[in-house]
Design a protein around this ligand. Structure first.
Ligand code: HPA
Ligand code: ZN
Length: 338
């Protein structure tokens, strides 16, 4: 095994861009379909995996929303989240900030509380039993209306102790951040931290809107920011982090091949880029695989990889003590292994 692969596997890591519904592995999908007596249009795990061949974001989203249909009970959301946490704990991921899509569930009759209770019970167990700390971010589906997002925000208000931030995901092109400016203004006034997917498929203007109109604290993806030099400079000046997802970018054809991935360019520009898995069950890899794929393709050095890991810690929504704990672990590792 190459030195860099082992270095990545042993590296203490942080994940900042993970849709919990996108961690639904085909095996669990079948088990939940059986438990809940739901028909799914696949005969085998192999058939499910063969369907994961996407030409763009919407191809993926169609299958992603279909997949989440097996999630019905509080225990289902617990099992989903617990499976993700045990998996990443085994990859030395120490802290995660994960998304969930309540409208993907309330829209099919599953109560908001069922979703939230199952996820947060698993996150609590993750802290106690796996030593993985976490924060939870609720995303609005941007293909739905502003009013629907407002109602979802209202549902979250009693749970500020469990939901730290709000985000924006789903079909990007045609649904610019400005569509949700009032929702984000209200969320900010209520004390939620803010993130948004922008510049994955959408143009740099969407990233400008996310920064200036939504006043986000962190950009999810942000790849297309590099098409605009002034925007790139602004991102550097603001110290704004990008949660980059290399295998997702490859699977959704945001990049043509991994050698053309913009991650190294982002680092060279001084952008606070981070590595994340997005929807690992659908895109073929969790944290280690994402780091390894991009580091191998771009010839990243151990110092580059440490920069990425430091960026992730700086970009967390943890308080100073929480960040310090992670930095201490990382710097101890850097001294030993670099
Ligand atoms: N982009 C937009 N919406 C999403 C994604 C993504 O990568 N994953 C799950 N919802
Ligand atoms: Zn995403």
């Amino acid at each position: 095994m190459s030195d860099i692969v082992q270095f990545i596997r042993d590296l203490p890591k942080v994940e900042l861009h993970l849709h919990i519904e996108g961690s639904l592995e085909p095996e669990l999908m079948f088990a939940l379909a059986q438990r809940n007596k739901i028909d799914i249009p696949f005969k085998s795990v192999e058939e499910v995996r063969a369907a994961y061949d996407f030409g763009n974001l919407q191809d993926f989203l169609d299958i992603y929303y279909q997949g989440m249909n097996v999630l019905r009970t509080e225990q289902d959301f617990y099992d989903l989240t617990w499976a993700y946490l045990t998996r990443v704990a085994g990859e030395n991921v120490q802290h995660v900030e994960i998304f969930f899509d309540p409208q993907g569930h309330t829209g099919r009759g599953v109560a908001f509380e069922t979703v939230l209770d199952g996820i947060t019970r698993a996150l609590d167990d993750g802290k106690k039993k796996l030593n993985v700390t976490s924060k939870l971010i609720m995303c609005f589906l941007r293909h739905l209306s502003e009013e629907d997002a407002m109602q979802t925000l209202a549902q979250a208000l009693p749970y500020k102790d469990k939901i730290l931030g709000v985000g924006l995901d789903s079909s990007e092109v045609g649904h610019p951040p400005s569509k949700f400016a009032r929702v984000f203004e209200k969320a900010r006034a209520e004390g939620f931290l803010l993130v948004a997917h922008a510049g994955e498929e959408g143009p740099p203007e969407y990233v400008w809107e996310a920064i200036d109109q939504l006043k986000i604290d962190r950009i999810d993806h942000g790849n297309r920011s590099l098409e605009d030099d002034i925007l790139s400079e602004r991102i550097v000046q603001d110290g704004m982090a990008l949660t980059v997802c290399p295998l997702s970018n490859l699977k959704l054809c945001v990049v043509k091949d991994m050698q053309k991935h913009p991650l190294k360019k982002m680092l060279d520009l001084g952008i606070k880029a981070t590595v994340n898995s997005d929807d690992p069950a659908y895109f073929g890899g969790y944290m280690n695989d994402n780091y390894i794929a991009v580091a191998t393709a771009l010839g990243l050095s151990k110092q580059d990889i440490l920069t990425l890991a430091r960026n992730s810690i700086e970009a967390t929504f943890l308080d100073d003590a929480g960040k310090k704990r992670l930095f201490d672990n990382l710097e101890a590792y850097a001294l030993k292994a670099a």
